[in-house]
Design a protein around this ligand. Structure first.
Ligand SMILES: Cc1cc2ncn([C@H]3O[C@H](COP(=O)(O)O)[C@@H](O)[C@H]3O)c2cc1C
Ligand SMILES: O=C(O)c1cccnc1
Length: 337
């Protein structure tokens, strides 16, 4: 049983989205106005406190339960020489996640977050999208459903990330389908391909865009035909989080491209999400700009795995420490301006 029995049912779920708790957001903003600091002086920390209030539905939000979900998938397009690493690294890294040896294990620990890794049929790559749809409808809905089901109900914040050799090519193809342009506009070095590898990536994206041209006006079809299981799962998880009133931290280029169809289907589709960082992957800055997302960090990271999302968690904790812990002018006996 998957969460969605058809693409039409999934599309319906994407078009009617809760807008968050306006009164909790207002109460948080009012509280910020009473705290012992000049109005607005904590800048984005204040915005973050109000954002978390809106999406958690309480004036004083908490981050006791932070979940990190990393989805792994295998890509048919990897056979086209689009990555600096062989496809088997995906399964090897899943084992590394399980053994605690990857970057995300350390960053999730440091962030006080619970890491969950979900491998999605990694023994069975998607189809090469230059030849046909990456996933058939059943495969796509199963992956979206795995993401939907993977969100822990009690989470107060969800960090999303991925592992999948070749997936910066899939992400570039999805971004090009949603926002226009050619492969060259959206591909980057990924794991570190050379100039010839970069040209192969651009050519693969262009071939995919041409192959699926008639179907790409539909954001869900773009994700199904050009994406991958871990991208579809991140999309499903972000949609589920929206329904469960759980705010989301987006990771890098791949994660952003995976969630972008939600913004294309619904104007405010990603208003429950913050961009944890801007990745060094070439087109991430542009993709965030297209989505109106301003990254929290700009750290030259280009890893994926939810690493950039996790690294931003302490900023959210800092926002809430001030929001919950500061005294008001009245409590502290400080004169107001
Ligand atoms: C050891 C290793 C660990 C990783 N962790 C994340 N990625 C990242 O690199 C991959 C995307 O880059 P490309 O499109 O060039 O293959 C994804 O698996 C992504 O999560 C890794 C890549 C490698 C090699
Ligand atoms: O920004 C990303 O998501 C990214 C960049 C390089 C490799 N893998 C992921």
């Amino acid at each position: 049983m998957t969460a969605f029995s058809s693409i039409a049912a999934l599309r319906d779920a994407c078009t009617i989205l809760p807008e968050g708790d306006e009164s909790a957001a207002r109460a948080a903003a009012a509280r910020q106005g009473t705290l012992t600091k000049p109005a607005g002086s904590l800048g984005r920390l204040e915005e973050i406190a109000c954002f978390l209030a809106r999406w958690q539905g309480r004036a004083v939000p908490a981050l006791d339960e932070v979940a990190v979900l990393v989805f792994a998938g295998s890509h048919g397009v990897a056979a086209r020489g689009v990555s600096a690493f062989p496809a088997e690294v995906t399964a090897q890294m899943v084992a590394n996640f399980e053994a605690g040896g990857a970057a995300i294990n350390q960053l999730a620990d440091m962030a006080g977050a619970r890491l969950c890794v979900l491998a999605l049929d990694i023994g069975r790559p998607t189809a090469d999208f230059t030849q046909g749809p990456a996933m058939d409808e059943a495969q796509f809905l199963a992956a979206v459903g795995a993401g939907w089901d993977g969100v822990p109900p009690g989470a107060e914040l969800l960090c999303l990330g991925e592992m999948g050799i070749g997936n910066t090519t899939a992400a570039a193809a999805v971004a090009a389908a949603l926002f226009g342009g050619t492969g060259a506009d959206w591909v980057g070095r990924g794991t570190g391909v050379d100039a010839a590898g970069l040209a192969r990536k651009a050519a693969a994206v262009d071939a995919g865009l041409a192959r699926h041209a008639g179907a790409l006006a539909d954001p869900l079809e773009a994700l199904r035909r050009l994406g991958g299981r871990e991208l579809a799962a991140m999309f499903g998880a972000a949609l589920s989080a929206r329904r469960k009133a759980i705010p989301v931290l987006i990771d890098g280029f791949v994660c952003t491209a995976a969630l972008a169809p939600l913004a294309r289907l619904h104007g405010g589709g990603l208003s429950h999400a913050l961009a944890g960082h801007v990745s060094a992957e070439a087109a991430h800055r542009e993709l965030l700009a297209k989505l109106g997302l301003r990254p929290l960090l700009d750290f030259d990271m280009r890893l994926g795995e939810a690493s950039g999302a996790c690294l931003a968690v302490p900023l959210l904790r800092a926002a809430l420490a001030c929001h919950a812990g500061m005294a008001s002018f009245a409590e502290a006996g400080v004169s107001e301006g």
